[in-house]
Design a protein around this ligand. Structure first.
Ligand SMILES: NC(=O)CC[C@H](N)C(=O)O
Length: 191
């Protein structure tokens, strides 16, 4: 039996993640309230807008539920999802889920460059991966337990800390399934 992975479906790039995970051999469910987390082995926090996503998580009773889920299970945050997972966010008083020991800067690549693509080498994932960055954050610094998987212009844009995986770009918007496969493997390993 393949693992079942949830995609937080409050806002943002949901359907592309569903397809990429299914193509990587997982079963996929949408997560819209806390009950939807039952029976899942992993969770994806998609891109979108982190402040709005946090508001919606609070509204649908998902904030504590996701925090609890993450105590045992793997979580993969992409773009806004990475911001939700960070322990520190530049210019913001407190963090959101505070899962990953990283300090992030939002909209870090400048206003004039809203979105761009960059060729990345992602450790253990792919040596030629096209990262799609949309008003993307980057990781300013990471704790010693965080493994840096990819950098761009000297900034960390993908990392992992145990069962937590995060990237600043949108892996669901490329044809390369390597990063979703990596997460599905990680979820299998934590079963
Ligand atoms: N594409 C994205 O997810 C952008 C993230 C967004 N700029 C934020 O701060 O939440």
């Amino acid at each position: 039996m393949s693992v079942r992975i949830g995609v937080l479906a409050l806002q943002g790039a949901v359907s592309e993640h569903v397809r990429a995970l299914e193509n990587s051999g997982a079963q996929v469910s949408l997560v819209k309230d806390a009950r939807d987390l039952a029976g899942l082995s992993g969770l994806v926090l998609p891109g979108g807008e982190s402040t709005m996503m946090r508001k919606l998580m609070d509204r649908y009773g998902l904030f504590e539920a996701v925090q609890q889920f993450a105590e045992q299970k793997p979580v993969f945050g992409t773009c806004a999802g990475l911001i939700l997972m960070a322990k520190q966010i530049e210019g913001r008083k407190g963090p959101h889920l505070a899962l990953l020991d990283i300090d992030v800067k939002r909209n870090a690549f400048g206003r004039q460059v809203d979105s761009f693509e960059a060729e990345l080498s992602i450790k253990g994932v792919s040596e030629a991966y096209t990262g799609v960055f949309i008003r993307a954050p980057y990781v300013k610094s990471a704790g010693k337990n965080v493994e840096v998987l990819a950098t761009f212009e000297g900034h960390i844009v993908a990392c992992r800390q145990g069962r937590y995986l995060a990237c600043a770009f949108h892996p669901e918007l490329t044809d390369n399934p390597a990063l979703h496969r990596y997460f599905v493997d990680l979820v299998n390993a934590y079963q």
